[in-house]
Design a protein around this ligand. Structure first.
Ligand SMILES: *[C@@H]1O[C@H](CO)[C@@H](O)[C@H](O)[C@H]1NC(C)=O
Ligand SMILES: *[C@@H]1O[C@H](CO)[C@@H](O)[C@H](O)[C@H]1NC(C)=O
Ligand SMILES: *[C@@H]1O[C@H](CO)[C@@H](O)[C@H](O)[C@H]1NC(C)=O
Ligand SMILES: *[C@@H]1O[C@H](CO)[C@@H](O)[C@H](O)[C@H]1NC(C)=O
Length: 278
């Protein structure tokens, strides 16, 4: 058979196969999520909305520190030299969570990006902490984030949990402020480390625990208006909320579970432009 004919026959077979068995539509286009997260990083790096133009829906909304504002007045307009970014993907709700550290900003930012069925961005929801925010020191946060980064690898299937288990763990943790029994529902793992602003509980020991310092007063105002991004492969859930007990702060908690047990907690908390105080 002549090579050329062979090539066309191959193409013809491919077309026939495609017609006979169309590839089922994935619920979310991972590539679209990746492109949008990259465009968001490009926009934040440039201090401009232009890099977002090709990925954004005409009717998108922007929220910063739990307030609906115009993106053109937000932190996206500040060019930042980004030292660290990690994006987690929710392939069920078509959304991403990106953690950003810009030591020179100084800023530590968490951003949830949601997409429509076409893959376009419908909302950018950001919690942007800076000087005055809870336990803020971006240089220190960067050091901790970089040192634990090798631990944030995709999990083998055997170490993954269901979306429900991951979300329930995050909710149980956030319920500890207002529910005396919530800590019993948190699947505490070992070692477990908390990075809260720039405060780190980890000592690099095999028995590091996330339990010292958890809320002991369960009569505090609850953590409300929760928004979730769940990445099953990372074992993570990002939860944005209003931390009512902390001056109604805009709060981001990210949790990672391995084999169903809590191993990492990251928090970013901003207090409406005021210095955070408990
Ligand atoms: C922000 O806008 C969204 C969508 O329009 C709305 O659901 C939400 O309640 C608003 N949030 C605040 C805090 O105003
Ligand atoms: C932030 O942390 C770094 C590294 O630990 C330290 O050198 C610096 O003094 C801290 N900055 C402030 C403002 O506390
Ligand atoms: C962790 O291990 C160290 C040294 O092995 C020990 O001193 C410490 O008490 C242990 N901590 C906990 C919380 O078990
Ligand atoms: C617990 O928190 C509530 C709400 O802030 C406060 O009124 C109460 O005094 C606290 N209880 C204790 C024992 O600190």
């Amino acid at each position: 058979m002549a090579p050329l004919f062979d090539k066309y026959l191959h193409l013809a077979l491919l077309v026939t196969a495609a017609k006979a068995a169309p590839v089922p539509q994935a619920p979310c286009d991972l590539v679209a999520l990746e492109q949008a997260a990259d465009a968001y990083i490009a926009a934040q790096t440039a201090g401009s909305l232009v890099p977002l133009q090709s990925v954004i829906s005409t009717s998108w909304t922007y929220m910063e520190n739990n307030k609906n504002i115009s993106a053109s007045t937000g932190v996206l307009m500040t060019a930042l030299d980004i030292d660290h970014r990690r994006t987690n993907y929710d392939l069920v709700t078509c959304a991403t969570y990106t953690e950003v550290v810009a030591a020179s900003g100084p800023y530590v930012i968490g951003t949830q990006i949601r997409h429509d069925t076409e893959g376009l961005v419908t909302s950018i929801d950001t919690i942007a902490s800076t000087t005055g925010s809870w336990l803020f020191n971006a240089t220190k946060t960067l050091q901790y984030v970089q040192s634990e980064d090798p631990g944030w690898t995709p999990l083998p299937v055997s170490a993954q949990s269901t979306r429900e288990v991951i979300q329930t763990a995050g909710d149980a943790y956030l319920d500890m402020w207002s529910d005396a029994h919530a800590h019993e529902r948190v699947p505490w793992g070992t070692p477990c480390v908390r990075l809260e602003g720039s405060a780190y509980t980890g000592k690099g020991a095999a028995n590091d625990s996330c339990q010292p310092g958890i809320p002991s007063n369960h009569s505090q105002a609850p953590n409300t208006h929760r928004r979730y991004i769940i990445d099953q492969e990372m074992g993570s859930v990002s939860v944005f909320c209003v931390w009512e007990h902390m001056m109604n702060a805009a709060d981001s908690h990210e949790f990672r579970l391995e084999k169903g047990k809590l191993r990492y907690v990251h928090t970013i908390t901003e207090c409406g432009g005021k210095t955070c105080k408990l």
